[in-house]
Design a protein around this ligand. Structure first.
Ligand code: IMP
Length: 179
C-alpha cells in the first residue's frame, strides 16, 4: 500500500482520490435533490475543506452562493478544542438555508461553536456536510446531515487535511502509521 512521509511522520494511503470523488458526487446529488427550488448558502470552513468544497460544489447544480470562512486551526495531532470567531463571511445568513462544509468532525467542539455562531445570525435552516466523521471521538451531540465517510479515531491527512500545516496538497487521504 502507498506510503508517504508528512512532517517526518509515516502515513499510509487510506481513502483513494477516486473513492473520495465518487462519494462526493453522491453527496452533491443528495444536496441537489433536497434543496431543489431553493438557493442555499454554502459555508465551507477553511483551510481544511478547500478540496472537499471544490469537488462538492462542482457537482452542485442548483442555484447557490458560497462564502468561505475561517475558524480555528488544529494543534499538532490532538484537537485543541480552542476555536476562534468566524471570519470572512461575506454574505448575510439571515433567512438563508445554510450548508456548512467541513473536512472532518472529530470531537465536535468546533462544529458546536460554529453552529452557535451561525444560529445567532438567524438562518432559515442549517445543515452540515462533512467529508469525514470520527463518531467515536465525538464529545458533543453533533449529527452531521451529509457524511462522506465515517472513520475510526485515527489521525488522517491529505485532501485538504493537514498535519501541523503539511500534507493538505495530497490527493488521497492517508492515516498515521504510528501515533
Ligand atoms: P473537532 O473540533 O475536534 O471536531 O476538530 C475539528 C477540526 O480539527 C477539523 O476541522 C480539523 O481541522 C481538525 N482535525 C480533527 N481531526 C483531524 C485529523 O485526523 N487530521 C487533521 N485534522 C484534524
Amino acid at each position: 500500500m502507498k506510503k508517504t512521509i508528512v512532517n517526518g511522520q509515516e502515513f499510509k494511503c487510506y481513502i483513494t482520490h477516486s473513492k473520495i470523488k465518487k462519494r462526493v458526487v453522491e453527496l452533491a446529488k443528495a444536496i441537489n435533490k433536497e434543496y431543489e427550488g431553493r438557493t442555499p448558502l454554502f459555508i465551507p470552513v477553511l483551510n481544511g475543506s478547500f478540496m472537499f468544497a471544490s469537488d462538492l460544489l462542482k457537482n452542485v447544480s442548483i442555484q447557490s452562493n458560497v462564502s468561505f470562512i475561517k475558524i480555528q486551526s488544529y494543534d499538532g495531532m490532538k484537537s485543541s478544542g480552542k476555536t476562534k470567531e468566524l471570519i470572512g463571511l461575506d454574505h448575510s445568513i439571515e433567512g438563508r438555508d445554510i450548508i456548512i462544509v467541513e473536512d472532518i468532525i472529530d470531537t465536535g467542539l468546533t462544529m458546536e461553536q460554529l453552529l452557535k455562531a451561525v444560529n445567532k445570525l438567524k438562518p432559515a435552516s442549517v445543515k452540515v456536510a462533512t467529508l469525514l466523521f470520527k463518531r467515536e471521538c465525538l464529545q458533543k451531540p453533533i449529527e452531521p446531515d451529509y457524511v462522506g465517510f465515517e472513520i475510526p479515531g485515527r489521525f488522517v491527512v491529505g485532501y485538504g487535511l493537514d498535519f501541523d500545516g503539511y500534507g493538505r496538497n495530497l490527493k488521497h487521504i492517508y492515516k498515521a502509521v504510528l501515533e
